[in-house]
Design a protein around this ligand. Structure first.
Ligand code: ADP
Ligand code: MG
Length: 701
């Protein structure tokens, strides 16, 4: 069988050849005819309008001219020679100039023939010229399909120097489309193509690369992107299938005494609508007989802990043990205290296991776990050590997920057979569409509603000049019985300088808020864990008024009496981090404040981040802005998760297509889980191709 057209190595494409093929591979990752076809234009220029040499009056826009190249000339200059071509139309003459790739260009310019020239005029020594224009024979231009809209392709300087400017790429792509054997196989089943009114894949490539009009280009582009996203979603959904439906799980069919008793007699508040919905989702999961693997997303303070507690009670009611794993000792302690308090009137034994639990205390806990007398274990990484063995672990809850990796999750799985259900909780506000993709193997539940009665945190931006009034404000709040965080950045590369800033800040605060009236604690990464915990403890129990810290306090700490968060050099933090830090206040009934301190000089992005923080408390809205500013690959919590690299679609801009692809993908698999039907055969083949071709699309961090 002849190889597929799309698999033709790029060097055999007309106008490319082996040398340029190598550059295409290294610069754009384009290795085959198919890759080149998938290199979509990022915009189009309207090439139906012509200007004239005499009419050139501005360097603001590109201009298209029709005329003849009279002659060419290499002109030596101080910084290397340049190529000058004299161009003439009916109204006058103008120089076309090349500073780079002059020699190669010289061999390409059609002299004394009718050409179309396109480029941006500039003025040099009071005369107009056009540097690095595109040139095409007029006959070719006329003949070209849809010469009205000219595709513009992303390229690089290196490629441009080798004749593969946007126009050069366009030429090669046109050659592909005109090739007598050009055809590409469809990847979408006919029924879906018709349902969505998409063109065939072959037609779609014509539409994007040689459109008759803008609507056509858009339709072709949407269909190609959709296809790419659908294949991605199918891959992820199948991955999930393999990890859930194919893995048996224990069935928690009962809602028993513990749950009911707690829910009707001890729960301190009414669940929010979102909490109730999430509980329904979890209960449905736990009753399928398959393994649950669920991500619970909820902004800081949205009440994830209560969901964890209720889910744990379900496990206990069904005769299984549960554990909660937190990323830091401080957090584990807090969870332990709040779970113990919540369950104090119920026959549940809760224990705490962290690195600092001494061997002597450890033994009874470990024994209790093995005998089943310990029902609920709270802890840190210490939980997954090999020595910790459960009688029958049915549920593992992981709090603040982004600190844990896949490897650790799988160690938890190994603690029981069948593997325990897993509930991963995170406050990292990942937009839902991205979460579906970045955490494709997990089901996602979202708490998108705050408990009632919360006062929104007031956020302001202040520069160093306002420091004295900020100090005064801190003093006022402390006098009213509140506590204050002051956070400094600590970035690896400038750790020594940052550490100095932190210490300087601590000292000037100590002068402004002297003993014995005020007590200031400090926590940073260079301290011993015990010292850190002690300082934290003093803040938690109200002994100290101000907590000076690096971002070590970012995650989960709950001190409801703290009402002010001052963030120093706030411009150096990302949005996700700022939001996490701000989430440390606003946890009590008091009005809380977040003060973002910066110098006067701010980058454009920096300013936008601060403005966004001041404008909204909504983590999901912040995440969207964050993604716009940084691109999805950089989103906190997804760095290592391998956000898929897509060639055509964009997770941010094409969210609506992504959602549609998710929906259709689900539907296809519901009807035909193994893609065995005749109409799905092409999808199955495409999926297989995609998997061979590309490494490791998506994996949770
Ligand atoms: P997070 O989602 O950040 O872990 P928590 O679970 O710590 O948030 O909850 C934050 C605070 O909100 C806690 O003090 C908790 O008791 C309270 N809370 C949670 N759910 C509700 C609710 N439905 N109504 C009122 N308060 C609630
Ligand atoms: Mg929490």
């Amino acid at each position: 069988m002849a190889p597929d057209f799309v698999d033709i190595p790029i060097e055999y494409v007309k106008g490319i050849g082996p040398k340029r093929a190598e550059w295409l591979r290294s610069e754009l990752g384009v290795a085959t005819a198919g890759d080149l076809l998938e290199h979509l234009p990022f915009r189009y220029e309207d090439r139906s309008v012509f200007g004239s040499v005499a009419g050139i009056a501005s360097d603001a826009v590109s201009i298209q001219l029709r005329g003849v190249i009279m002659g060419i000339n290499q002109v030596p200059g101080k910084r290397g020679s340049r190529l000058v071509a004299k161009f003439q139309d009916e109204t006058g003459t103008i120089d076309l100039v090349w500073f780079k790739g002059a020699r190669w260009m010289a061999s390409q310019i059609p002299v004394q023939q009718k050409v179309v020239v396109y480029g941006k005029p500039t003025k040099y020594q009071n005369r107009w010229n056009i540097p690095h224009p595109e040139i095409e024979l007029e006959a070719q231009f006329e003949q070209r399909q849809g010469a009205g809209l000219q595709p513009v392709y992303r390229t690089t300087e290196k490629l441009t120097q080798r004749g593969l400017s946007s126009a050069g790429l366009a030429k090669s792509i046109r050659a592909l489309l005109r090739h007598p054997e050009f055809r590409v196989d469809d990847r979408l089943p006919k029924a879906i193509q018709e349902e969505l009114r998409f063109p065939s894949r072959t037609q779609a490539f014509y539409q994007v690369h040689a459109p008759q009009n803008a609507e056509q280009a858009e339709q072709g582009r949407r269909s190609l992107k959709f296809e790419e996203l659908l294949l991605l979603q199918l891959k992820l959904l199948k991955q999930k299938q393999a990890q859930t439906q194919d893995v048996p799980g224990v069935r928690f069919a009962e809602v028993g005494d513990l749950f009911n008793c707690y829910y009707s007699e001890h729960i301190p508040f009414e669940l929010t609508g979102a909490q109730k919905r999430v509980m329904r989702e979890i209960r449905a999961d736990l009753n399928t007989g398959w393994h649950m693997n669920r991500l619970l997303q909820g902004d800081v303070g949205s009440g994830k802990t209560m969901v964890a507690l209720l889910t744990a009670l379900l496990a206990l009611d069904n005769g299984y043990q549960a554990c909660v794993m937190a990323p830091t000792e401080i957090l584990a302690n807090q969870h332990f205290a709040s779970f113990q308090d919540a369950l104090k009137d119920l026959p549940v034994r809760v224990e705490l296991l962290t690195g600092s639990v001494k061997t002597a205390q450890r033994r009874p806990i470990l024994e209790g776990l093995q005998s089943g007398e310990v029902h609920l274990l709270i802890g840190t990484h210490a939980l997954i050590e090999p020595g910790v063995q459960f009688k029958n672990l049915g549920l593992a809850i992981i709090d603040e997920q982004h600190r844990f990796g896949v490897a650790q999750r799988s160690k938890l799985w190994a603690k029981a057979n069948p593997a325990p259900h897993v509930l991963v909780m995170t406050a990292t506000p990942i937009p839902r569409t991205l979460a579906m993709t970045a955490y494709g193997d997990l089901d996602v539940s979202v708490i998108d509603e705050m408990p009632p009665g919360r006062k929104a945190i007031k956020t302001v931006h202040r520069t160093d000049e306002a420091r004295l009034s900020v100090f005064q404000f801190m003093e006022d709040e402390i006098k009213r019985g509140r506590q204050v965080y002051v956070v400094y950045p600590l970035i690896e590369e400038s750790a020594t300088l940052d550490h100095k800033d932190l210490m300087d800040g601590y000292e000037s605060l100590s002068r402004r808020f002297p003993l014995p009236e005020y007590r200031i604690g400090i926590v940073h990464g260079r301290m011993k864990p015990e010292a850190k915990d002690m300082e934290m403890e003093r803040f938690v129990n109200g002994t100290s008024h101000i907590m000076v810290a690096t971002t070590v306090i970012e995650v989960g700490v709950n001190v409801p009496n703290a009402s002010v968060m001052v963030i120093e050099s706030a411009e150096r933090f990302g949005l996700a981090q700022l939001h996490q830090l701000r989430g440390r206040v606003g946890r009590g009934a008091e009005q809380s404040y977040c003060i973002l301190m910066t110098g006067n000089e701010l980058s454009k992005d920096g300013r936008r981040r601060l403005e966004t923080m001041c404008r909204t408390n909504d983590g999901f809205e912040l995440a969207e802005v964050d993604m716009e500013l940084r691109g999805p690959g950089d989103l906190m919590g997804t760095q290592q998760s391998g956000v898929p690299d897509l060639k055509m679609a964009d997770l941010m801009r094409d969210r609506e297509l992504l959602t549609a692809a998710r929906y259709i993908g689900n539907r296809i698999l519901e009807e035909d889980a193994a893609l065995e039907s005749r109409e799905n055969a092409i999808l199955k083949a495409a999926l297989k191709r995609a998997q061979q071709g590309r490494p490791n699309w998506s994996r949770i961090s």
